[in-house]
Design a protein around this ligand. Sequence first.
Ligand SMILES: *[C@@H]1O[C@H](CO)[C@@H](O)[C@H](O)[C@H]1NC(C)=O
Ligand SMILES: *[C@@H]1O[C@H](CO)[C@@H](O)[C@H](O)[C@H]1NC(C)=O
Ligand SMILES: *[C@@H]1O[C@H](CO)[C@@H](O)[C@H](O)[C@H]1NC(C)=O
Length: 189
Amino acid sequence: MALPLSLLTILVVFSCGPSGALGCDLPQNHILLSKENLALLRQMQRISTLSCLNDTKDFRFPRRMVNGSQVQEAQAISLQHRMLQDVSDLLLTEHASAAWNTTLLNQLRMGLYQQLEDLEPCLLQEMGEGGTALSSQGPTLGVRKYFQGLFLYLEKKQYSDCAWEVVRVEIMRSFSSIITLQERLSNMD
Ligand SMILES: *[C@@H]1O[C@H](CO)[C@@H](O)[C@H](O)[C@H]1NC(C)=O
Ligand SMILES: *[C@@H]1O[C@H](CO)[C@@H](O)[C@H](O)[C@H]1NC(C)=O
Ligand SMILES: *[C@@H]1O[C@H](CO)[C@@H](O)[C@H](O)[C@H]1NC(C)=O
C-alpha cells in the first residue's frame, strides 16, 4: 500500500515542477505526525527520570547546528531524515522491544516509518540537485555522532531501565528539534 503512494507522490512532484520553497510537497499532516510521535514517546515513560539522575550524561546534542537559523532548506530535509532514521534504528532493536510497552513501541515504529516515507520524495529531489554531499556535512555528521553515542551508551549500561529512560528523554529532544525544523520549513513555503 505505502509504496505505490510514495511513487505517486514522486510522479506528482516531478510532473508539476517546483512548488513551495522546497520544490517538493510534504503531506499537510507531517508536523502533526511528529507531534503524535513525541506524545507516544512521552507516554512510553515507565520509570521516573529523576531516579536515573546518576545515569545522565551529556551526549552533546548538536543543538546549535540543528536548531540554528543558518540551516538551509535542503539540509533541513537531510537532517530530519537522518534523525528519524537513527531513532528508528535504535527502536527497531530487540533490546528496545524488551524495554518498552509493545503496543506503544509498535505505534511509534509505524509513525517513524510513515515520516521517513513522507520525506523520501524530498530527499530524492534534493539528491537529484547535487545535494548528495550534504549527507556528509557538518550538521548531519554531528547528528550521526550523537546517535552513535546513544548506541554505545546503551551497550555500556547493558540496556538497563535507567539507560533506556535517559535515551528516551534524548529522543524526545531530537523530536522537538525535528518539529522546530518542520515549522521553520513550512513557514518558508
Ligand atoms: C546516586 O549515586 C550516589 C553516590 O554514588 C548514591 O548515594 C545515590 O543513592 C544514587 N542515587 C540514585 C537515585 O541511584
Ligand atoms: C501498553 O500500553 C497500552 C496503551 O497505553 C496499554 O493499554 C497496555 O495495557 C500496556 N501494556 C502493558 C503490558 O503495560
Ligand atoms: C529551537 O529554536 C527555537 C527558536 O528559534 C526555540 O523555540 C526552540 O525551543 C528551539 N528548540 C530546541 C530543541 O532547542
